[in-house]
Design a protein around this ligand. Structure first.
Ligand SMILES: Nc1ncnc2c1ncn2[C@@H]1O[C@H](COP(=O)(O)OP(=O)(O)O)[C@@H](O)[C@H]1O
Ligand SMILES: [Mg+2]
Length: 253
């Protein structure tokens, strides 16, 4: 069982090596239910590697991942999605030649392993699915874009769509790796707005290079330097601690 039952998702003493290089070195980090946390660090710090261990894309050499007290270290990404641990769909998995609403419908069925175009068309007649999709459009301010072709919306709107697609099945945990990459300031603000709406409603981990955009959003931060988690805890305490000032800030800006 999980040694820390307060946590919904908990990584304990995770180590992942690539050849002789230790990308993640004995990292522990946990998320409480409905907590929003960030994992920050310079490029190459090991953030994405750790993220992929949480999603099941990598199996660590050492350490354990617990989800609601269950050891999921070796579960496939698909099984983790079934359990409610979702990552954002990457841009490559939205279809430009489908309407925004149909991408959402597709995401709904994909999460249920039934993603076919035929199902999208059936879903239009399914009241329960339609209600979920409508609600999701509302939540993410996408209602006005519902019938637009996805290829015609801005990158910022697409990023919001990706988050909406990940949330349409109401997962318990959402994992986001650099959700603001490539976005303009205005688009980042659009994205932040939808994330602020999820505060205290959803368990979310955001992996980011820089903290500046999200320091008011996240309650908890972990800081990685060269594979090591040098500090973690309440956001402002961590950002102000001596070691983080010395080892993170010098590389972050
Ligand atoms: N699949 C891989 N094979 C070999 N080395 C990798 C692989 N993925 C990441 N690395 C290395 O691991 C280190 C951490 O990378 P990564 O987790 O992508 O860092 P971050 O996301 O913090 O920028 C880097 O030195 C990177 O080159
Ligand atoms: Mg990365």
């Amino acid at each position: 069982m999980n040694s820390n039952s307060q946590m919904i998702l908990q990584a304990e003493n995770i180590t992942k090596r690539f050849g002789g290089m230790t990308a993640v070195n004995n990292v522990s980090f946990g998320l409480k239910k409905n907590e929003i946390a960030a994992l920050i660090g310079a490029n190459g710090a090991g953030k994405t590697t750790f993220f992929n261990i949480l999603t099941g894309n990598y199996i660590p050499e050492e350490g354990t991942i617990y989800y609601k007290g269950q050891d999921i270290t070796r579960l496939s990404p698909e099984r983790r999605v079934d359990l409610g641990i979702m990552r954002t769909f990457q841009l490559a998995s939205t279809f430009d030649n489908l309407k925004v609403i149909d991408n959402l419908r597709l995401a709904y069925y994909r999460a249920n392993n039934k993603a076919t175009l035929r199902n999208i068309f059936f879903s239009r007649m399914d009241r329960i699915v339609s209600a979920k999709i409508e609600e999701c459009l509302e939540t993410f301010n996408l209602t006005k874009l519902a019938d637009r072709m996805t290829g015609q919306i801005s990158l910022g709107e697409k990023r919001v769509l990706e988050i909406a697609m990940s949330m349409v099945t109401d997962p318990e945990v959402l994992l986001l790796d650099e959700p603001f990459a490539g976005l303009s300031e205005v688009e980042i603000d659009e994205c932040l707005k939808v994330l602020y709406q999820q505060v205290h409603k959803k368990t979310i981990l955001i992996v980011e290079h820089k903290i500046s955009k999200i320091e008011d959003l996240v309650e908890k931060v972990g800081v990685m330097v060269e594979g090591v988690m040098i500090a973690s805890g309440e956001t402002h305490e961590v950002l102000n601690c001596e070691r983080v000032r010395r080892e993170y800030w010098k590389t972050a800006e």
